[in-house]
Design a protein around this ligand. Structure first.
Ligand code: GRF
Length: 217
């Protein structure tokens, strides 16, 4: 069966992009990264696309007058490559409600907290300051609000004594790199899909380990 085509949108480091590229090396993985788009010309993550020989584009938001114009350019590029799913991976631009609506159920994001807690920026620092004991990460379908939308999978990560924002971020990132491919696999196999405002719980999701605590936590 043909593999689902992913576009991965980045703004920086691109380690989650790399985790999806790595997962797709396995011919049995049901999706492949067909396009990488960065809104920042100097995003480090572009190097991962170059190394893997993946088609890449820079669509610099500074070249556009309005958010609508920028999103239209994104949309054109995504349609031209005929991608099935759009994965946000550290993409630091707000998307317009129209764009989000056009890609509803096919637009996915990863966030380094157990949503709906700790949406937004400076997440790790805020979690340390709040003294929480269990942190984690979430993969979700995107809705118009920032870091919100139906949750596909989550991984729980302990906060350990002596943690600072950096050590906690590193521990969560390890799980992000497992969770994103696991969730993309479920979506591409049609095992996790949007039904109204939620992704219904399904035994295949539990079996795939994309629930809380995938192996290794
Ligand atoms: C990750 O922590 C992701 O959850 C968040 O932004 C960060 C991106 O990291 N949305 P990278 O660019 O994938 O390394």
């Amino acid at each position: 069966m043909a593999r689902a085509k992913l576009a991965v949108l980045i703004s920086g480091r691109g380690s989650n992009l790399q985790s999806l590229i790595d997962a797709a090396v396995d011919a049995g993985f049901p999706a492949e990264v067909s396009l990488v788009i960065s809104n920042r010309p100097k995003a480090e993550g572009l190097k991962h696309a170059t190394k893997a020989g993946i088609h890449q584009l820079v669509i610099d938001h500074k070249d556009f007058q309005t958010r609508e114009d920028f999103d239209d350019a994104l949309n054109d590029a995504l349609r031209a490559t005929k991608v099935d799913y759009v994965c946000l991976a550290g993409f630091m631009r707000m998307l317009t409600p129209k764009f989000v609506n056009d890609w509803r159920g096919r637009l996915i994001n990863i966030h380094p907290s157990l949503l709906p807690a700790f949406k937004g920026l400076h997440v790790h620092e805020r979690m340390i300051d709040a003294g929480i004991k269990i942190a984690g990460c979430s993969v979700h379908f995107v809705s118009a609000e920032v870091d919100a939308g139906p949750i596909i999978g989550q991984a729980a990560v302990p906060v350990l004594p002596g943690d600072d924002a950096d050590t906690l971020a590193a521990r969560i990132l390890e799980q992000e790199h497992k969770l994103y491919p696991a969730c993309v696999k479920l979506i591409a196999e049609n095992k996790a899909r949007l039904s109204g405002a939620v992704v219904p719980f399904d035994s295949s999701i539990t079996a795939a380990g994309a629930l809380s605590n995938p192996p290794g936590v």
